[in-house]
Every structure is written in structure tokens, then in C-alpha cells.
Ligand binder design. Structure first.
Ligand code: C2O
Length: 546
């Protein structure tokens, strides 16, 4: 196994998109940032220098970080931010994961431009569980604002309204052909007739689940979130923000240019969203040359309708582990968390311009009626490790405060969650089952719920209210997919299972950034087990102070 050393210099860089130049925060002057390529078993040492004017942390999305929670990255959860002018070195080892992950800033909305791919190839000496592709291409789907994203979220937080929607989606940082001033920079993905090409698709958008497809071509899905899947074919995939999907395509179509396209899957009814389509071009190297007067316009695929939940359901139910897996049974902790939006009444003395949510309210979001508040004096992990009192409490409720019908009419009082820094304590090694239920209070919505430090099995999902008696029959305890982010069905629920074998403090949150801004998060505190191999390591010497 190798150790890979990298320097990430984070700084403002001029980036021109949609006819306008912005001073965007980037890594090493690149947008998207550098692709990290490693093998399973390798270690990474990444020195991050903050030369931007914002506080910053970097998160290695999906990396398990066994006993190295200090390198996980979420601001005020596992570390205090790297201040402007400061630096911090992230050190961690890839243990057992293979496929596609990514990295991104985990501080305010910096991840709009601070992100990149993290590719994990098989352990040295072993190979893919599918025929070796001739070529591999990471495709990062992003979201672009014709504005400073930090200003966009700050304005929203000040007024209590929904933030301005994005102006474009992007593929590897480029909006593509269908947007103004973007055609000449459209990303080209080359393919030879007859070759197999592995596409590593990553949804790095801030607030938008996305459909992804290629004209005329079928995908063979082979992995997601750095775990292999039982291969199946489909013409369209859906990724919630945070999710990755690996697909094989083959160059078996007439040589031509075909659009690769992504646009919104929007399950939230009556919420405004960006309806544009981003494109790249799959180009056969033997395609007729446009100059010869032959048809050169790429072929456009059909994309599902924005609200096409049935297509999403068919896709997510097709995901299975390649063989029988060991799903935890004899559950020690059976948890039930509601997730969703709410609306808080405005404080009596607030000015009207600060309460621009529906009917003079402010948006809020919560799990089990608790809206998560980050500390600001210590990180949660430091507070835990050094037993510093007063930073958090461990009374996160395992069940919602009252019983109610999530898909029916919900009493007004439940629209107003309490604020708190509440963690849920797990004993080392406990076997956890968690039901995640969309509240559908303000609007039914597909929430991509991401757990740090763990992969989990998604053993079932469904619509309406989860019914503990009836829905048990739907549990797949044989070959469920292993993921780090579950797209909880809109107006529905998902059930996940994992073993708490990684000590530390691990945030779990909605990967729609606007929802984490409004509090759709909580954290698990996983205690140390017995002996060195079950114990969180000591913090590195350069861990930033608050
Ligand atoms: Cu990819 Cu906490 O995030």
C-alpha cells in the first residue's frame, strides 16, 4: 500500500461561467478541484492551506475514517475551522472501500466550488468484479450561481426565506451547450467504437437531486458510494446530493455525438427550482466531422419529468449488493427519526424583512423536532474527547415527541422545532436500526440523508407512514445495498442498519445544503470499545483551535 501526499491551497480564483467572471474559492486554482486517485488500502496525507477569506474545513465524503474521526472534517463537529491563513493536515487510510467517493468543503456553502473526485481502485493485485474498462471518467454534477454562493446563503439566513435558486447545473464545472457563453467549453467524453467506459458519476450539487442519462445508451450500474452492486441495466439514474454511482457504457452505437445530460428531480411540490439542463458530449472518435456538412448536432436524450418519482423508485429498488451480505440482526438500538422542514413563527420583535418565509414565518428543519445547532467554542469531538461540559447534551430523542400521522394533517405546534445541540449516544459495537420518515409537513420531499463515518445497509423503503408491523415483510436482509447516503422517498420512509464500530462523533444530515443550514441534522456519539483497536486515536498536533 502507498501513501499519497497532496497540498490543497484554497484561494480565490477567477472563474468565468455564464458570461461573467467571479472570484470563486477553489483548490489549487482548479474548478472542480483535483481528482485524488488511490487504491484500497492506501493512505492519504493532505495538507490544506487556507488562503481564502472564509473559515474552511474539508470533508472526505464517504471515507469511513476508522478511529480517525479527527480527519473527517465537518466544521465544529470533528474540528474547529481552519481560519484564513491557517492550515491543517488530514491523514487517513482507505480500509475496504472501492469505487467512487468525493471530497468537499464542509463549512457554510463553500462546497459550491470547493469539491473534487476521490477514486478508489481495487487493492493492489486485485481487480474489478467486472470486465476492466478501457477508459474511466469521473463526472461531477454541480450547481452554479451567478453570484457568490456564500452571499446567497447569508441573505437567506438573514431573511428567513428560501435562498435564490441556482443559475445552472454543471458537469465537471461546465454548464454546457444549452447555456449562454458556455458552448465552447462543453465537456467532451471520448469513446471508441466497441470499447467499455466506466463513468464515475457524483452528485456534488448543493440542493438538487438530479437525473442523469445519455442519449441512446444504456448504463450497466456496477457501484454506488464506493461499494459494488449487482449489475443491472437502466437508461437513467437518479442521484441525491452526496451520492455517487458507477456505470459502464459501451461504444456500441453508430459513431456520432450524443448528449450526456442532467437535470432536476424535484419532489418538493410548489417549491421553486432550477429547471435548466446541463450537458456534456459523448463523442465517438470516428464520428463524422462537423466540417464535412454532416449532421453534427449531438443527439438529445429524453429525461424523466421533474416529478417522476416512479422512475426514482424503480431505480433505487434495483440496487442490490452483489452477493449475500451480513446485515446486522438482533438489533440493540431501534430508532425512529422524522426528517423534514418546518416553519418557525417570527420572534415578536423581529422586523418584517427578516421573516420572508411563507406568511411571515422563517424556514426551519429538524429531526424528531430538534433543529441542530452547531457549537462555536469547541468541536463536538473535542468536547467529547476532553470531557468539556456544556457543549452538547446526549438527550437526542430516539422517537418523535408525539405520535402523529406524517402524511396527514399535522398539528401546528409540530411545525416549530426546538433548537439544540443534542447527540445520541451509542455503545461501541451496538447494532442499530434507524427508520427515517419524511414528515411532509411543509412539502413532501426526497431528503438525501448522509451519515458520516459509516456505510449502512438500506434494507427497505416505502411510501406513506412506516408501519412497524406490516413493513417488516419488506426488509431485505439478504443483499441490500451498502451506502453512505440514502435518498429517503418523498412522502415516505427508509430503514437502514449499521454496527456502531467506529468511535467518535458523527454527524448525520440532509445533504441538501439549505436543509442543513436550517437544522436538518443530528450527531451520534459512538463510545470507545475495549482496547486500542476500538478506541479513537489522539488528536493530531495541528488540529485547529477554536
Ligand atoms: Cu458530503 Cu456532511 O457531507
Amino acid at each position: 500500500a502507498k501513501t499519497h501526499y497532496h497540498d490543497f491551497v484554497v484561494q480565490a480564483t477567477k472563474v468565468k461561467r455564464l458570461c461573467k467572471t467571479h472570484n470563486s474559492i477553489t483548490v489549487n486554482g482548479m474548478f472542480p478541484g483535483p481528482t485524488l486517485e488511490v487504491n484500497n488500502g492506501d493512505s492519504l496525507v493532505i495538507n490544506v492551506q487556507n488562503r481564502a477569506r472564509y473559515n474552511l474545513t474539508i470533508h472526505w465524503h464517504g471515507i469511513r475514517q476508522m478511529r480517525t474521526a479527527w480527519a473527517d472534517g465537518p466544521e465544529f463537529v470533528t474540528q474547529c475551522p481552519i481560519r484564513p491563513g491557517g492550515s491543517y493536515t488530514y491523514r487517513f487510510t482507505i480500509q475496504g472501500q472501492e469505487g467512487t467517493l468525493w471530497w468537499h468543503a464542509h463549512s457554510s456553502w463553500l462546497r459550491a466550488t470547493v469539491y473534487g473526485a476521490l477514486i478508489i481502485r481495487p487493492k493492489e493485485g486485485s481487480s474489478y468484479p467486472f470486465p476492466k474498462p478501457k477508459r474511466e471518467t469521473p463526472l461531477l454534477l454541480g450547481e452554479w450561481w451567478d453570484a457568490n454562493p456564500i452571499d446567497v446563503v447569508r441573505r437567506a439566513t438573514r431573511t428567513g426565506a428560501s435562498p435564490k435558486i441556482s443559475d445552472a447545473y454543471t458537469i465537471n464545472g461546465q454548464p454546457g451547450d444549452l447555456y449562454n457563453c458556455s458552448a465552447k467549453d462543453t465537456i467532451i467524453v471520448p469513446i471508441d467504437s466497441g470499447e467499455t467506459h466506466l463513468l464515475r458519476v457524483i452528485n456534488a450539487a448543493l440542493n438538487q437531486p438530479l437525473f442523469f442519462t445519455i442519449a441512446s445508451h444504456q448504463f450497466t450500474v456496477v457501484g454506488a458510494d464506493a461499494s459494488y452492486l449487482k449489475p443491472f441495466t437502466t437508461s437513467v439514474i437518479m442521484l441525491g446530493p452526496g451520492q455517487t454511482t458507477d456505470v459502464l457504457i459501451s461504444g456500441d452505437k453508430p459513431p456520432a455525438r450524443y448528449y450526456i445530460a442532467a437535470r432536476a428531480y424535484q419532489s418538493a411540490q410548489n417549491a421553486p427550482f432550477d429547471k435548466t439542463t446541463t450537458t456534456a458530449i459523448l463523442e465517438y472518435k470516428s464520428a463524422p466531422c462537423p466540417a464535412k456538412g454532416l449532421s453534427s448536432n449531438p443527439i438529445m436524450p429524453a429525461l424523466p419529468a421533474f416529478n417522476d418519482t416512479p422512475t426514482v423508485t424503480v431505480f433505487s429498488r434495483s440496487l442490490k449488493s452483489p452477493q449475500k451480505v451480513e446485515v446486522p440482526t438482533d438489533i440493540d438500538e431501534s430508532l425512529f427519526f422524522t426528517v423534514g422542514l418546518g416553519l418557525n413563527a417570527c420572534p415578536k420583535n423581529a422586523r418584517a424583512r427578516n421573516c420572508q418565509g411563507p406568511n411571515g414565518t422563517r424556514f426551519t428543519a429538524s429531526m424528531n423536532n430538534v433543529s441542530f445547532v452547531l457549537p462555536s467554542t469547541f468541536s463536538l469531538l473535542q468536547a467529547h474527547y476532553n470531557s468539556i461540559p456544556g457543549v452538547f447534551t446526549t438527550d437526542f430523542p430516539a422517537k418523535p415527541p408525539v405520535k402523529f400521522d406524517y402524511t396527514g394533517n399535522v398539528s401546528r405546534s409540530l411545525w416549530q422545532p426546538v433548537r439544540g445541540t443534542k447527540l445520541y449516544k451509542l455503545k461501541y459495537g451496538s447494532r442499530v436500526q434507524l427508520v427515517i420518515q419524511d414528515t411532509s409537513i411543509v412539502t413532501p420531499e426526497n431528503h438525501p440523508i448522509h451519515l458520516h463515518g459509516y456505510d449502512f445497509y438500506i434494507i427497505a423503503e416505502g411510501f406513506g407512514n412506516f408501519n412497524p408491523k406490516k413493513d417488516k415483510s419488506k426488509f431485505n436482509l439478504v443483499d441490500p445495498p451498502l451506502r453512505n447516503t440514502v435518498a429517503v422517498p418523498s412522502n415516505g420512509w427508509a430503514v437502514i442498519r449499521f454496527v456502531a464500530d467506529n468511535p467518535g462523533v458523527w454527524i448525520m444530515h440532509c445533504h441538501l445544503d439549505v436543509h442543513i443550514t436550517w437544522g436538518l441534522a443530528m450527531a451520534f456519539l459512538v463510545e470507545d470499545g475495549v482496547g486500542e483497536l476500538q478506541t479513537l486515536q489522539a488528536p493530531p498536533g495541528d488540529l485547529p483551535a477554536c
